[in-house]
Design a protein around this ligand. Sequence first.
Ligand SMILES: Cc1ncc(COP(=O)(O)O)c(C=O)c1O
Length: 441
Amino acid sequence: MAVQLMVEDVPAVELAERFGTPLFAISENSIRERYRRTLAAVRAAYDPVEVYYAVKANPILAVRRILATEGAGGDAFGPGEVETSLRAGVPGDKLVMNGQAKTEEWLELAVRHGITVTLDNPGELDLLLEVAGRAQREDQGRAPAKAFIRLKLPMDEVRANVSPEGPQIADRVLTTVWGFTEDEAREAVTRALGAPDRLLLRGYHHHIGYFINRPDYHAATMRDLVGAVARLREATGFVPGVLDVGGGWAYPSDPESGDDQPHEIASPEEFAVVQLGALGAAFDAAGVPRPLVIFELGRSLVGESCVLLARVQWVKEQYGRRFVVTDAQKHLLLRACIEGYKYRWVRADDVDAPAAGAAELFGPTCTDDELALGYPFPAVARGDVVAALACGAYAQTFNASLNSMARPAVVLVNGKDAAAVVRRETVDDVLARYELPGWLR
Ligand SMILES: Cc1ncc(COP(=O)(O)O)c(C=O)c1O
């Protein structure tokens, strides 16, 4: 018997019928389960530890709200993500503001809400001290601003011990923009400790924007990190109370791997044991007291929770090729276009249907709108619903729209209930920000 694609208790085909296509459909309970499993895994491996949500991975208010009700603090890059998080009910003191180009207004916002600012460069430390001082003059008794220092390290452990990717990752880190060098951090720590009335330096932040399905890589980054923390303590006396270790964990069916067929992914338990085991051991070996560890996980919490549903418009057999034309454009999964993500596609009414040869899956726009090429795919006909799996991470963040097509709705499913959490765009929405200057009217 055919196995239907289900989003919790609702068949995906029914969602497509009811809400139209293209449509993103998110399972609420898969996010909750993933968060709880992750939290239990890290707590079993290290104490004390918290799991924050990196809202950039899926910025929809309902998703942020689900994780807020689970108690997850969060990372926010700028006022939009701060506002989303606050509206979702995340308290300011459980938020971290990241970014390499924070404006004075961003820093004021952070200070106003008690958000910890991840400092990205020495100049930003000066600016934060200025903003904090001004806020205190205006509001006597205001607590000092809170900060982390983000570190950019040469990653010697990763280079030497993660094979074969280590050297390439370590080289890449040096070309990324984020963070202080160890020398810069040493000077900044001393300055920050000299202004306790205006600034509370809570600890360090470290995130490498590099996806890899390898717990041993995360373990090596922890050894690099603790090495730097210990040297900085030696030089400044500063013992961090908190270490924010960023995100980067993998998840099942992850399109980032470039493998669109089912493949092995390390579990949250494996990531937790290997990464936090290395971290705890490194702190103990260095004689540095263990700080509170904060994760800022994005993709691994939400990636698997969502499918993109599309309806087959036409099937064309031409010159030995089968073209399946759908109504979902590839720009809805923009990272597939720009970063080589590969999504797994299935027929929604029969996920295990055997492939009837290769298909060229296309979207509706005027570019080479390839969703998947030469893809082993079952027989489909006009009107069938097909689905891309594991679209929960970074698809909402990056999606764009070509040919002035309205972007899809997003529905949230909880058991048998389904509700739109992002309404479908209208053509009026698409045109809403256009203006004509007087001379063209
Ligand atoms: C500062 C920071 N923290 C956390 C994350 C989340 O990373 P991921 O989605 O890989 O878990 C990112 C994303 O790159 C980030 O820039």
